[in-house]
Design a protein around this ligand. Structure first.
Ligand code: TRP
Length: 687
């Protein structure tokens, strides 16, 4: 048997199912039932599915595989995993981990809301069906809003924090205690707990969906959900939200969750197929959750109309926290057995969210433990208390504003696209990506071709970079200013948010300098002692890339000032493409070659992909500037249009067909697998 570079005793999931469910549990969370429906509604209905499906399947699945193979290969959580490639990359791992910490601090707060509303529903059941937020007609909507924002949150429209809301504090404590209890015994127990926390919310969701779809008027609700507004596709924000929603929902790109989870996986486990299963399951859950929510809203609209105090879907379906905590509770309150169904809904949210929440905690925990070697039993309680403490900011009277702001930054221009971008670029250009691919292929039900390397190295960075620059442009040209307003005063909250986004990688760099225990030699370092190839061509392509970058940067500045310069833009493209081609050739392996590509070529490739991304972003900016993109028309729709039926069936076909195919592959290979031997890490043998 060939050598395993880092084979060592590490705790592991009990079974394949344990891992898949845990990863699904992490992926399927509040993001699916609470965020996805309103993101879709806000950004073009059915049209949103196009960028979203691209994000999940073209970018999400390959990146999941990337994170899986990285974590599995190195058997380490994110920071150490990156450090195996080169000590210098460790900070990326910390960056992602720290962002995970920021996320969990507010994710837990939303979970705390869910706990509260669940217990209120139980009280409602016990009190014979009385719900504190129930009311009728448009007045009732106000009442539900009033209840959530004022009675419950004591919300103030200002950034001053004000006093702590103790009625939210205790649920928050409960949230952290529950998360603690789930993971304190290690991942083997997690692998068992998820057998409960994954199927249970699915069952609840099924109940809600069936009930929603059988309500009278439900089809009308679905029209709001699915009828596409195509013009939304011309906006940067639509694409950005689709991508950030996909990353958030798949627990990808930040938090390092999937890297960590895969690091606990048995050495012989499948990676590729699992990634596909997880992505499809996650997408399916989101989509069905949307059906449940909007069908119920449709039912509500129908009932209120019958009762003579009509409330239309657009009266209640607002983005943000309102959907889960105002619109849906209100809608349920209009329908029979409201307290029971409220309980089902919030119970679903709690069980959905809890395993996502602790996945992030687990990832941060594993990062710290891997680096320091401190005891889990000490780090975890300390971390939980810090997390709880940070959460207190969000449960003050002005806290919701901060929660929203930080959330916006995380999945805005800066957090998501940026980190996913860094990850793909570093792993694609600066590591030996084909090694990871071979690692994944050697143990998977189906194999990736070389296209995957190009996807990670070229296509995904270009896409994400284009998105980044496009959104950056949006930020810079925002009405009312982004960091400074029209008269030059600083906009304080945005500055705070921005500073956090900048601080996180800086802290990451600092932490990565701290001395950790280093166990075993990374293959990466060995790799870098090989003779260097392609210095000359590397320098040439770096020059090309830099020239193109300068042009793009200048044009970007001009675009912000309102000028466009098309000819110059076209001139930026050829050098960038040339640089990508040359450096890609240098970095790629050629049969049995033992040289490593020169750093010039690597960095040239990295920069040149960014250039192309910038080029695309600028073209999009020029294009959308000419046509005044129409403001979104509120979908005042009665009927599910023909195209929506088409969308509906296509999506179901995708989900069911995809899952069937994955399971077929899993079953058909598991029979052969028993006597296959595993050529572990062929990559290493070669050198
Ligand atoms: N995916 C989860 C959801 O949909 C949230 C989540 C869990 C997450 N782990 C993460 C988001 C890591 C970002 C990073 O609710």
């Amino acid at each position: 048997m060939s050598l395993e570079p880092f084979e060592e005793q590490r705790e592991s999931w009990g079974t394949r199912g344990g891992f898949v469910l845990a990863a699904v549990g992490s992926a399927v969370g509040l993001g699916n039932l609470w965020r996805f429906p309103y993101e879709l509604y806000d950004h073009g209905g059915g049209a949103f599915l196009i960028p979203y499906i691209i994000a999940v399947f073209v970018i999400g699945v390959p990146m999941l595989i990337l994170e899986f193979s990285l974590g599995h290969f190195t058997q380490r959580a994110a920071p150490d995993a990156f450090a195996r490639g080169h000590k210098r990359f460790e900070f990326i791992g910390w960056w992602t981990t720290l962002l995970g910490f920021v996320i969990i601090s507010f994710y837990a707060v939303i979970l705390a809301y869910c706990f509260s509303f669940m217990s209120l529903s139980i009280k409602g059941i016990l009190a014979g069906g009385e719900l504190p937020w129930a009311g009728e007609g448009l007045e009732g909507v106000k009442k539900a809003e009033e209840f959530f924002f004022h009675t419950y949150l004591g919300h103030k429209e200002e950034f001053a924090l004000g006093s702590i809301r103790w009625n939210v504090f205790w649920p928050l404590v409960i949230t952290w205690v529950v998360m603690y209890l789930c993971i304190f015994r290690g991942v083997r127990l997690v692998g068992k707990i998820v057998w409960l926390t994954v199927p249970l919310p699915w069952l609840m969701l099924l109940i809600l969906t069936v009930r929603g779809l059988t309500l009278e008027g439900s089809i009308q609700g679905l029209a709001y959900y699915l009828n596409p507004t195509w013009s939304e596709l011309a906006k940067a924000t639509t694409w950005r939200f689709a991508f950030s929603q996909a990353f958030f929902s798949l627990s990808l790109a930040f938090g390092g969750v999937m890297i960590t989870y895969a690091s606990f996986l048995h050495r012989r486990s499948d990676l590729n197929n699992n990634a596909a299963i997880i992505a499809i399951a996650d997408f399916g859950t989101s989509f069905v959750a949307g059906l449940a929510v909007f069908a119920t809203l449709g039912g509500m609209a129908f009932v209120t109309q019958q009762a003579g105090h009509p409330v239309a879907v657009e009266n209640v379906a607002k983005g943000g926290p309102s959907l889960a905590f105002v619109a849906f509770p209100y809608a349920l309150a209009q329908l029979p057995y409201s307290a029971w169904f409220s309980f089902v809904f919030f119970f679903a949210l709690v069980t959905l969210g809890i395993d996502s929440g602790f996945s992030i905690t687990e990832s941060v925990l594993a990062s710290v433990v891997d680096k320091t070697g401190w005891k889990r039993s000490i780090v975890l309680p300390v971390m939980s208390v810090i997390g709880l403490g940070t959460g207190i900011i969000y449960i003050t009277e002005g806290g919701l504003n901060w929660l929203w702001l930080i959330g916006d930054f995380i999945d805005g221009t800066w957090g998501l696209a940026f980190l996913g971008l860094a990850e793909c670029m570093v792993l694609g250009w600066l590591w030996k990506i084909d090694l990871l691919r071979r690692h994944a292929n050697d143990r998977s039900d189906w194999r990736l071709g070389k296209w995957w390397d190009y996807l990670i190295r070229i296509c995904i960075p270009i896409t994400l970079c284009a998105l980044f620059v496009w959104s950056l442009f949006g930020d810079f040209t925002k009405e009312g200013g982004f960091l400074r307003d029209g008269v030059g005063d600083w906009i304080l909250p945005n500055c705070v948010g921005m500073s956090i986004m900048i601080l996180v990688p800086l802290v990451g760099i600092l932490v990565s300098f701290a001395k950790g225990r280093s166990r075993g030699q990374g293959w990466g370092n060995a790799l870098y002692e090989l003779p260097i190839r392609g210095r000359l061509w590397g320098v040439i392509s770096l020059v090309l890339a830099v020239v193109s970058a300068l042009v793009v940067a200048i044009l970007f500045k001009m675009a912000v000032d309102g000028q466009s310069e098309k000819t110059l833009l076209w001139l930026a493209l050829p050098p960038a493409i040339a640089a990508v081609i040359i450096s890609n050739y240098m970095v790629g392996t050629r049969n049995g070659s033992t040289a490593k590509a020169s750093w010039f070529a690597r960095w040239a490739g990295l920069l040149a992909t960014a250039d192309i991304g910038g080029f695309i972003a600028l073209s999009l900016i020029y294009l959308t500037e000419q046509k005044d993109v129409a403001e979104q028309v509120v979908h005042a729709q009665e009927q599910l249009s023909g195209i929506s039926y088409l969308i509906l069936s296509a999506v179901f076909l995708l989900i069911i067909g995809g899952l069937a195919w994955c399971f077929y592959r899993a079953l058909s290979t598991s029979n052969e697998k028993n006597d296959t031997h595993y050529p572990d890490e062929v990559g290493l043998e070669e050198h």
